[in-house]
Design a protein around this ligand. Structure first.
Ligand code: ATP
Length: 330
């Protein structure tokens, strides 16, 4: 019988973080914070895709990523546009995926790297490393070991999924996966997608939590922690790092969906409802969206209070009345 267990040990830091995350999970689940907010769900999905691709040097802006997803024409490198289309198709399938099935992992890799990678949808046949410019910072295990290593990892998950908390199990998977580096390309994107799939299998709302954005903010640390775990021979540091990021992004989502709404006027709520996150709007567009005629009342009741509460930012903050002024929901 196969009894491979990836090396890791529960620490007090991990347990504290699991408790803190669980408390936030409870608030999000009972408050139905995401269910009733399609804008927020869509925006978070765009953020996940944008960040996961940005980590791998895709240069499209968040606005361009949103446009590709919305089927609009975007001027950009064909490969980068295809990466967005592929990632969107993959993320849209999260709630259909069985994350404990190794064949589904390969299938999703086929979607994530469609038209972009020769060995799409199958494990690599060549050797792989992680490079920082010209310098090889990590050499993955030989290709001939990959199928067996991946089978062991999936068998461990299957065996332990009732015993090891999904928050811990998904972090261990993420680290072991990047260590094995099973694909010729797309390993980072797949590791982050699968982490989300494992969490969404536990609590479906995780498919709309942009953990990838949090990783992107701390990308250097993410890389450093992976490298340090190779030295340590266990994934403890990575588990602590990822739990910390998940805890922080849940806090942000809670603020977006409930905190901000407390103590703000109906005018400001209406304004926020017509705006998408991170999209720049002119005052005229916003007045049209709200069906308003009076610029004065728009500024007094809607715009200025929202800016004061830091719910909206100006693109030209030094010149509030600039002709080029745009307003962006944070
Ligand atoms: N020292 C490391 N050892 C193993 N994996 C690492 C290390 N540092 C980072 N990684 C992981 O590998 C990913 C990058 O791997 P690589 O450069 O091979 O890209 P890839 O296989 O083309 O996949 P993608 O482009 O989606 O990242 C990172 O996003 C991270 O998840």
């Amino acid at each position: 019988m196969n009894t491979y267990t990836p090396p890791f040990k529960l620490t007090n830091t991990m347990l504290d973080l699991v408790a803190s995350i669980s408390e936030k999970v409870g608030r999000i689940t009972t408050g139905k914070n995401l269910e009733s907010k399609p804008h927020l769900r869509k925006n978070n999905r765009v953020k996940s895709i944008y960040s996961s691709l940005k980590i791998e040097a895709n240069s499209l802006t968040i606005g361009q990523v949103r446009d590709v997803i919305d089927g609009k024409l975007v001027l950009g490198e064909q490969k980068e546009i295809q990466e967005v289309k592929n990632a969107y198709e993959a993320y849209e399938k999260i709630n259909e995926i069985d994350p404990y099935d190794i064949e589904e992992l390969k299938h999703m890799h086929g979607i994530m790297t469609k038209y972009l990678v020769d060995e799409s949808g199958c494990f690599r046949h060549g050797e792989e490393g992680v490079f920082n410019g010209e310098e090889c910072i990590f050499m993955a295990p030989p290709a001939r070991f990959v199928p067996h290593l991946m089978e062991e990892l999936f068998e461990w998950m299957e065996r332990e999924k009732e015993e090891v908390h999904p928050l811990i199990l998904s972090c261990v998977f993420h680290y072991e996966f990047v260590f094995i580096h099973p694909f010729a390309d797309g390993n980072g994107r797949m590791a982050r997608l699968w982490h989300t799939c494992l969490l969404a299998n536990w609590k479906p709302f995780f498919q709309y939590i942009p953990i990838e954005s949090q990783i992107e903010r701390f990308q250097e640390e993410y890389y450093n922690v992976i490298a340090q775990c190779h030295v340590n021979g266990d994934s403890n540091l990575f588990i602590e790092f990822m739990l910390c990021q998940i805890d922080q992004i849940l806090q942000e989502v809670l603020l977006q969906s409930e905190g901000q709404r407390e103590g703000i006027s109906e005018y400001v709520k209406r304004l926020l409802d017509v705006m998408e996150y991170e999209v720049p709007y002119t005052a005229v567009t916003l007045m049209e969206l709200l069906g308003l005629k009076s610029k004065e009342s728009f500024r007094k009741n809607y715009l200025n209070p929202a800016i004061e509460l830091q719910l909206i930012r100006m693109t030209v903050p030094d010149k509030p009345r600039s002709r080029n002024q745009r307003y962006v929901k944070r």
